[in-house]
Design a protein around this ligand. Structure first.
Ligand SMILES: NC(=O)c1ccc[n+]([C@@H]2O[C@H](COP(=O)([O-])OP(=O)(O)OC[C@H]3O[C@@H](n4cnc5c(N)ncnc54)[C@H](OP(=O)(O)O)[C@@H]3O)[C@@H](O)[C@H]2O)c1
Length: 225
């Protein structure tokens, strides 16, 4: 089983890449300098900035070209940002909105577009979008406007892609990794990355066409939209 994981330089993505490498070939993506990571057999690093222009060697399109002809069984769209954290609504800048949506929404769509031919060649192909429970309209306590809106859009993207990709045999799941102790989640988060990663791997493995369009927590519990 070949797995592609975006944003694998640190945090949840890094944990997923090292854990999946024990299960089969993994293509893990990073920006800039290759990360300091154990040389595991089957773990291959590729550059990817999900916001890079199509003409850039770091773009999703360029990654798709480099992987031409290689089957991908699972694509994990994990790369994400949480910009303007803690800012009051009045202090949010247009750049915060543009950058966040470029990574958390457009970046997910562009990565999936670029790797659809690879997924079409995969065995039981699946796409896992790492969104957030903060993107659920049923949890709207105020604040974190940009991040919440971007994750709501990622959820919406995944739900609609699930419908369109089902006839092609590609399942799509949308996931909340928990509140995780990473650079983004902070030290006060609920769970460590290993706990999140173990749960997510079990969820990705259970994903099938019957369950396509699901929105689940890392522990398998459904999250209301
Ligand atoms: N931690 C939590 O509590 C939590 C909760 C809910 C959802 N999530 C979601 O889970 C995912 C992973 O979060 P995390 O906590 O592991 O975050 P993190 O520690 O901040 O890591 C984010 C990863 O995304 C990469 N990335 C950022 N911008 C990118 C771009 N333009 N192109 C490609 N890669 C890019 C980063 O690469 P660089 O190292 O190059 O910056 C890094 O590898 C995110 O989608 C996040 O929104 C996290």
């Amino acid at each position: 089983m070949t797995t592609v994981i975006t944003g694998a330089s640190r945090g949840i993505g890094h944990g997923l890449a090292t854990a999946f490498a024990a299960l089969g070939p993994v293509i893990a993506t990073h920006r800039g300098q290759a990360p300091d990571a154990p040389a595991l057999p089957g773990l291959e690093w590729q550059t990817l900035d999900v916001t890079a222009q199509d003409s850039s060697p770091d773009s999703p399109r360029a990654l798709g070209s480099r992987l031409t002809g290689r089957p991908v069984d699972l694509l994990v769209c994990n790369a994400g940002v949480y910009l303007g954290k803690g800012l009051a609504f009045e202090d949010l800048k247009p750049d915060h909105w543009a950058q966040t949506f470029a990574v958390n929404v457009t970046g997910v769509a562009r990565t999936i577009q670029a790797l659809l031919p690879n997924l079409a060649k995969g065995k039981r192909p699946r796409i896992a979008i790492i969104a957030s429970a903060m993107g659920s309209d049923t949890r709207a306590p105020g604040g974190a406007y940009i991040y919440r809106a971007s994750k709501a859009a990622a959820l919406n993207l995944g739900r609609n892609l699930a419908v369109d990709l089902k006839p092609r045999g590609i399942a799509v799941g949308i996931y909340h990794p928990g509140w995780v102790k990473t650079d983004m989640g902070g030290d006060g988060a609920d769970i460590d990355a290993d706990t999140s990663v173990a749960g997510l791997i079990a969820q990705f493995s259970a994903l099938d066409l019957q369950d396509t369009g699901c929105f689940r927590n890392y522990d398998g519990s459904p999250i209301p939209f």
